[in-house]
Design a protein around this ligand. Structure first.
Ligand code: HEC
Length: 119
C-alpha cells in the first residue's frame, strides 16, 4: 500500500506529459520519429493532425503503438510492434499527439541525443 502511494505521488509529481517523453526516449522512438520532421517514420505533427487529440484518439494511437498497422502510412517502412503495457502506450500516445507538439523545435534534437545516452 505504501509502495502504491509512493508511486502515485511519484507519478503525480512528474509534470503531466513528461513521463510520456521519458518513455519516448527510453524506447528509442526518437531513432525513427521527430515531433516535427519526417524520419524513418512520420512526424508526430502529421500523426497528430490525422488523429486529433481527443481521448479516443489517444486510445486508438496507443493500440497502434502496440500493434502498428503499416497500411495506415503507405510509402513508409514498417514500425516494429511494441510489447509494452497499455498504460505506457497511452502515455506515449499522449506525448505523440499532444505534448510533443509543445516542444521547442530548436531543442528537440539536442535533447533526445543527450538524454538517450543516459538510458
Ligand atoms: C524502426 C523505426 C521506428 C521506431 C523505433 C518507432 N517507430 Fe513509430 N513508426 C515507424 C514507421 C515506419 C511508421 C509508419 C508505418 C507504420 O505505421 O508501420 C510509424 C508509425 C507510428 C505511428 C502512427 C501509427 C498509425 O498507424 O497511424 C505512431 C503513433 C508511432 N509510430 C509511434 C511510435 C512510438 C511511440 C515509438 C516508440 C515506442 C515508435 N513509434 C518507434 C517507425 C518506427
Amino acid at each position: 500500500m505504501l509502495k502504491f502511494l509512493l508511486s502515485l505521488v511519484f507519478l503525480i509529481s512528474f509534470s503531466y506529459g513528461q513521463d510520456g517523453k521519458i518513455l519516448f526516449i527510453k524506447h528509442n522512438c526518437n531513432s525513427c520519429h521527430h515531433p516535427f520532421e519526417r524520419k524513418t517514420g512520420p512526424s508526430f505533427k502529421e500523426i497528430s493532425q490525422r488523429y486529433g487529440t481527443s481521448k479516443s484518439a489517444i486510445e486508438k494511437v496507443a493500440k497502434l503503438i502496440i500493434k502498428p498497422k503499416p497500411s495506415n502510412w503507405p510509402g513508409f517502412a514498417y514500425m516494429p510492434p511494441y510489447n509494452i503495457p497499455y498504460e505506457e502506450a497511452l502515455k506515449l500516445a499522449e506525448y505523440v499527439l499532444i505534448h510533443s507538439q509543445k516542444e521547442k523545435p530548436s531543442r528537440v534534437y539536442d535533447n533526445s541525443v543527450e538524454e538517450s545516452e543516459h538510458f
